[in-house]
Design a binder for this molecule. Structure first.
Ligand code: ZN
Length: 183
């Protein structure tokens, strides 16, 4: 039995992590983004070796859309959403970086936001157990903070090329970025 076979998803390996036999499958309409074209990946968690640092495309989108904890995969309730990796920013800072079109036009520049990148908030218990995993140890020195009640989801687009060299490339969703909107 390989070491990977004894690893428990949600305990030893985050639910959101890819496994080495989960191959990318190309582009198709995806229910995780309301049928928009998205980059796909086989769904075989537990197959092969865990790729801790590589989020699974479909599970990542699902975690942000459905507020599922990246560690255990279950939904997080309003009063139990925590993040260790999010970075405080403001609407004005993101607009200066060209992300303005993804923000509501009437949001003031001084609005405080919490940029979670692609990592949805976790249950507090899951955040605490995740910090004990060696491959996530670099998170240990970061403060655990509460995720706000409101948020914005920003699709991250990539250019997908058709096998036909004459065909135009098409923009498809890869991951979803999450911005918490502070009170
Ligand atoms: Zn959890």
């Amino acid at each position: 039995m390989s070491a990977a076979a004894s690893m428990k998803i949600g305990v030893d390996v985050p639910w959101i992590s890819s496994w080495s036999l989960e191959q990318q499958t190309g582009v198709s309409p995806c229910p995780s983004v309301d049928g928009q074209l998205a980059a796909g990946q086989q769904i075989k968690p537990g197959a092969g070796e865990p790729l801790y640092a590589r989020a699974h495309l479909f599970r990542q989108r699902k975690s942000v859309r459905e507020m599922r904890c990246p560690m255990c995969g279950e939904q997080t309730p309003d009063d139990d959403r925590w993040t260790r990796t999010a970075r405080p920013t403001t609407a004005g800072t993101l607009r200066a970086k060209g992300l303005g079109p993804t923000l509501p036009a009437d949001m003031p520049d001084d609005q405080s936001l919490l940029d979670c990148g692609t990592i949805a908030p976790m249950h507090r218990a899951c955040a605490e157990s995740a910090s004990g995993l060696a491959h996530l140890a670099d998170m240990n020195d970061r403060e655990l903070r509460r995720f706000p009640k409101a948020w914005i989801i920003v699709p991250l687009w990539i250019e997908a090329r058709s096998p036909n060299p004459q065909a135009k490339s098409v923009a498809v969703v890869s991951f979803l970025q999450l911005l918490g909107v502070e009170d």
